[in-house]
Design a protein around this ligand. Structure first.
Ligand code: ADP
Ligand code: MG
Length: 344
């Protein structure tokens, strides 16, 4: 199978566009694709690359990989409050294996169809497995103002929220690496979070006009919040009791941690390990966002509309840095170092 046969067979779906509202004017097949953003909108553009051995194991299920490659990109659109429109796919493959390509394309297009996000072009070459996707999304401009949820928009006094359950993807990774053992049912649940993350697109859209700032949590909460703090020029206090209230139901994490620590002391287990997973585990693809306290009801309504759980866990402050405050009022400074591919 040659390069063009491969593109035709697995990636070019010859979609007909009868819908006049479709922003894709020209898809795969020419030197460029053509997008026509609707009047009164901005294009949101983001690229993410997945490299074998760095972002995924060589033997990962190709369908899960196709899903994740697009999911991590859609997560960036979600964090900006952008509606997905289209994407391109640059693919380096060691060889053209039909079974692998079929699985990969299925995972990719199942998620693309869920979000009505069309593949409009790309590049295909032989080489070490590497998947690079660029997504295009749409953000309305109202009264001359973009509704984009930027990292820089938080204000002192804003509440901090996160979606979903943090830490489960890292838990699965630790289990797959043999660092800890999980019961089969729980491994399966955690693995879904690692291999098939759900981009919080609906939540990002629902938070337009409500959230003051947002970021997606891909490299661990503490590090990603560090980016948001830097952009907004603010500090933050995280409330340990709110984190515990909101994550104590995370039984997957709790019971697994109990197995490695073999300790009877709940608060010990919690603070040392579950908190670590929540703050530094990567690959969650949840949203962290801020909103002023008078919009708490609006945030909850947005979460309900998006059928996505959100938890309030802290508050933005004018003093720089990130603090963890326990119920007794004791304060601990937290490091905000994010995962860095080029750090030793
Ligand atoms: P060029 O020579 O201009 O780079 P190619 O011959 O690489 O174009 O690609 C032909 C067409 O197929 C282009 O429209 C390109 O966008 C599309 N294409 C190539 N690889 C992929 C891919 N992996 N997924 C989707 N479209 C692709
Ligand atoms: Mg090319």
């Amino acid at each position: 199978m040659g390069e063009f046969e491969l593109i035709r067979r697995y990636f070019d779906r010859h979609r007909e566009h009868t819908d006049p509202g479709n922003p894709v004017v020209l898809g795969i097949g020419d030197d460029c694709a053509l997008l026509a953003p609707r009047p009164g909108t901005q294009l949101a553009i983001s690229t993410d690359m997945l490299v074998e051995g760095r972002h995924f194991f060589a033997d990962v299920d190709p369908e899960a990989l196709g899903h994740k490659a697009l999911a991590v990109n859609l997560s960036d659109l979600a964090a900006m409050g952008a509606r997905p429109l289209a994407f391109t796919l640059a693919l380096a493959l060691p060889e053209a294996q039909p079974a692998w390509l079929e699985g990969f394309a299925k995972g990719l297009f199942d998620l693309a169809d869920t979000h009505q996000c069309q593949l409009i072009g790309g590049d295909t070459t032989r080489g070490p497995l590497n998947i690079c996707i660029t997504v295009f999304g749409e953000i309305p401009v109202e009264n001359g103002q973009s509704l984009a949820l930027c990292r820089s928009g938080a204000r002192a006094g804003d509440d901090l929220y996160v979606s979903g359950h943090l830490g489960e993807a890292r838990l699965a990774l630790l289990a797959l690496q043999g660092e800890l053992s999980l019961p089969a049912a729980q491994l399966q649940q955690a693995r879904l979070r690692l291999e098939r993350p759900t981009p919080r697109v609906a939540l990002g859209l629902a938070l337009r006009g409500i959230a003051s700032a947002a970021i997606d949590v891909s490299d661990g909460l503490a590090g990603d919040l560090g980016h948001l703090l830097k952009s907004s020029n603010l500090g933050l206090s995280l409330k340990l009791d709110l984190i515990i209230d909101n994550f104590a139901s995370n039984l997957v994490a709790y019971s697994a941690i109990a197995k490695i620590t073999n300790s009877e002391n709940y608060s010990n287990i919690y603070s040392k390990n579950v908190l670590d997973l929540i703050l530094t585990g990567g690959d969650d693809y949840e949203l962290a966002f801020t909103a002023p306290p008078h919009l708490r009801n609006a945030v909850q309504q947005a979460a309900n509309l998006a059928c996505t759980r959100v938890s309030r866990i802290g508050q933005m402050e004018s003093g720089m840095g990130m603090r963890l405050i326990d119920p007794a009022g004791q304060t601990a400074e937290l490091a905000t170092a994010s995962f860095d591919h080029f750090k030793a």
